[in-house]
Design a protein around this ligand. Sequence first.
Ligand code: NAG
Ligand code: NAG
Ligand code: NAG
Ligand code: NAG
Ligand code: NAG
Ligand code: CU
Length: 346
Amino acid sequence: MIGLLILVLLCSNIVNLSSGMATPKCTKPSLRREWRTLGYDGQKAFIDAIKCLSHLPHESLIPTGATPGLPPILTNSSLYDDVVYVHMDATNSAHSTGLFLPWHRLYLHTMEGLLKKKCGYKGYMTYWDWTIDSHNIEHAPLFNADPVIGFGTFPDASTNFSLSNGAFHDIIRAYPLAHHIQRNYTLKSWQTPLFSWPFPLPQKEANSTQTPAEYVKITTSFIGNFTAFQYYMDGYGLQGMHGATHTSLGGNIKDLSHSPNDPIFFLHHGQLDRVWAAWQAHHPRNHNTIAGFVVQDLDDFDAHPLGTGMPVTDDTAIYMAGIGPDAKIHDVLSTTGGYLCYQYAT
Ligand SMILES: *[C@@H]1O[C@H](CO)[C@@H](O)[C@H](O)[C@H]1NC(C)=O
Ligand SMILES: *[C@@H]1O[C@H](CO)[C@@H](O)[C@H](O)[C@H]1NC(C)=O
Ligand SMILES: *[C@@H]1O[C@H](CO)[C@@H](O)[C@H](O)[C@H]1NC(C)=O
Ligand SMILES: *[C@@H]1O[C@H](CO)[C@@H](O)[C@H](O)[C@H]1NC(C)=O
Ligand SMILES: *[C@@H]1O[C@H](CO)[C@@H](O)[C@H](O)[C@H]1NC(C)=O
Ligand SMILES: [Cu+2]
């Protein structure tokens, strides 16, 4: 009798009831390491896989229709372009809503899976710890001209801000129109409005949000308050560390919709996911907490920094629009819960 009870308890422990599938236990989490600690071979492997995905043909997509006005799917595009398209499809649903962090966590996991499955990548997702370079983002070591492991130096007007060196300069991205990857560094990146309203602090320097002190602050404050945590990452007037990196690097990654065109997107969001994981680990009240709503409200962002409408819950679906399995928020709240199985190196 007791044996049966224990068996029942054990089973309910390992079975993920929502999907009806057994969730494997995470006994040996993979280690996501900072870009500069990968070494030459590790960096080359990641960049080779990104280039491989950029040259594989388009596969099927299942847009959710969450974002109106998307261009038609181009069948002459690449598998990497499909990954970009999925982000375009999630522009409204997965930014400044309760789905922001869970969606991007699953998106990075899905990207890592594609690099492995389609391109034989043996490593893991990586990240750019911009706090190390916050004093001089424009000359951070990963923005170098090396044709094998360089993300490319910042281009200028002579190439219309298209990359002219590094590993990605000859890649053509399909969306919204066929183009080479662009980047355009601006320290005071909030002088130009991006939304229907001007930024409240136009003179603020983007790198003031990317410092080691800001990392400590965000990962150790807001205990138990997911709303306050995510709002700090997006920032008052959307001038936080999330947007700072997008707007100051400029070009493709500055675009709300097509930002993953620039592969640096994945290293920036790796860092944001690491910030979330560090905050979650900081206090038990942060572990399994989620908040926010499903409808974006950028016109009134500071009143509704995590959106409006229906609240998100553990059971809210996260869509990958055909590039990988969908999941639910509870699947991705822990990076070592079994559905996911990884940790950040530091
Ligand atoms: C794909 O086709 C579109 C429309 O037919 C064309 O404009 C675009 O240049 C093509 N893209 C590539 C990468 O060949
Ligand atoms: C931001 O970057 C500028 C230009 O590199 C630098 O002068 C400034 O000290 C940096 N600010 C911080 C807070 O590191
Ligand atoms: C330069 O880039 C901008 C932004 O992507 C684009 O709209 C414009 O058409 C480009 N200009 C030329 C001359 O290619
Ligand atoms: C590059 O950034 C500068 C300064 O923010 C801006 O004036 C210019 O329009 C940008 N050019 C492109 C092509 O993005
Ligand atoms: C959580 O933070 C939000 C945003 O700062 C704030 O409005 C709310 O009152 C906080 N909730 C609690 C319970 O402190
Ligand atoms: Cu995004």
